[in-house]
Design a protein around this ligand. Structure first.
Ligand SMILES: Nc1nc2c(ncn2[C@@H]2O[C@H](COP(=O)(O)OP(=O)(O)OP(=O)(O)O)[C@@H](O)[C@H]2O)c(=O)[nH]1
Ligand SMILES: [Mg+2]
Ligand SMILES: [Zn+2]
Length: 323
């Protein structure tokens, strides 16, 4: 696993013409801000790299690059290293199916939900988990605002996910409980933080790293429609090593490229059963002899998770079912 950016690059003592390696932390209008050591260099892209690539994005935040230092303090990217992982969605470019990369090389997705305020919509959590599964990224759940909950309430809400094998950490940005565990989880990794508005993502990052100074909402309000950022513009370096993409953008990551027939593959608890259904291509909704439904009836699959599956299956034809 790639760990942080501390050992990368030569720091401030580089000479013009030297090659350094680094990671793209921000991409804006043809400028790529590359983190190397403890500095960030404004880089352009070598012309030969600019050839239109239809099948995937040329560069995204999280990409590791080799760049050359220029006399004016800027840099020029000479090479983009192969991506290890990606959080991406399918799109179509000039009639060709293509990949839009939201973050390159993430190590994990951290899905943040509040125990209360706002009331957790676990179906939305299930969608985030499906996105992580689709992208073959490990997902960790962070249940925040435990200071607002009754004794045992957080576990009652999120325990089912622990049983599924997902790591769940219980936190409060107010009391600081669980913040060490979150810090440990984020250190040395590139994490994509996602979750509904107002659950405390920015507050948690500020608690993990005082001085980060991310904007925290005074009161949580509903996100206006029309805010549909599909690219993640920036990843934030952590002083302990590691990077975090704190993004509202995932909300708009509709799963329109997922076909209903594939959905069962992204519910880990269903995987062992699908081969035992009577009919191949069973939707696990109305067919007789369905091993998944039988497992639900025996209590081996959570009824709420199964309900999420059914809703997602029904809604997959719709293009914008995030909000
Ligand atoms: N009681 C309590 N309040 C919290 C906690 N974490 C955050 N808050 C409050 O919840 C509100 C929203 O926090 P933010 O950190 O802005 O939430 P966010 O997830 O970054 O929201 P967006 O940026 O809109 O996606 C603020 O009023 C915070 O002070 C917590 O652990 N406990
Ligand atoms: Mg925020
Ligand atoms: Zn079935």
């Amino acid at each position: 696993m790639w760990r942080g950016g501390h050992s990368l690059g030569s720091g401030a003592d580089h000479k013009t013409g030297d090659l350094s390696s680094g990671i793209v932390v921000k991409a804006l209008g043809g400028h790529y801000y590359v983190r190397t050591g403890n500095e960030t260099i404004d880089c352009g892209l070598r012309g030969r790299l600019k050839q239109l690539r239809l099948e995937t994005d040329l560069l995204a935040v999280g990409d590791r690059v080799q760049f050359r230092h220029l006399a004016n303090g800027r840099g020029i990217i000479e090479e983009v290293l192969p991506r290890r992982t990606a959080l991406s969605r399918k799109t179509v470019r000039l009639g060709v199916e293509a990949e839009q990369v939201l973050v390159a090389n993430p190590d994990q997705v951290v899905v943040v939900f509040a125990v209360r305020e706002p009331v957790p919509r676990l179906r939305m959590l299930d969608r985030f988990l499906v996105i992580a599964e689709m992208n073959e990224l490990p997902a960790v759940i962070c249940a925040n605002k435990i200071d607002l909950a009754e004794e045992g309430e957080p576990q009652a809400l999120f325990g089912v996910y622990e049983e599924l094998g997902y790591q769940v950490i219980y936190t409060s940005a107010v009391t600081g409980e669980g913040v060490d565990a979150l810090r440990q989880l984020l250190t040395g990794r590139l994490s994509v933080l996602c979750g509904p508005s107002g659950v405390g993502k920015s507050s948690l990052l500020n608690a993990v790293e005082p001085g980060l100074g991310l904007t925290v909402r005074e009161t949580s309000r509903k996100t206006g429609k029309g805010r549909h950022a599909t690219v993640i513009p920036e990843i934030v370096p952590l002083s302990l090593g590691g990077y975090v993409a704190d993004t509202p953008g995932l909300r708009s990551l509709a799963l329109w490229d997922l076909v209903p027939e594939e959905l069962d593959a992204y519910f880990p608890e269903m995987r062992p059963w699908v081969a035992h259904c009577r009919y191949p291509g069973c939707s696990h909704i109305h067919e007789p002899g369905c091993a998944v439904k039988a497992a639900v009836e025996r209590g081996e699959i959570s009824p709420t998770r199964y309900d999420s599956y059914i809703r997602m299956h029904e809604n997959l034809a719709e293009t914008d079912w995030w909000e």
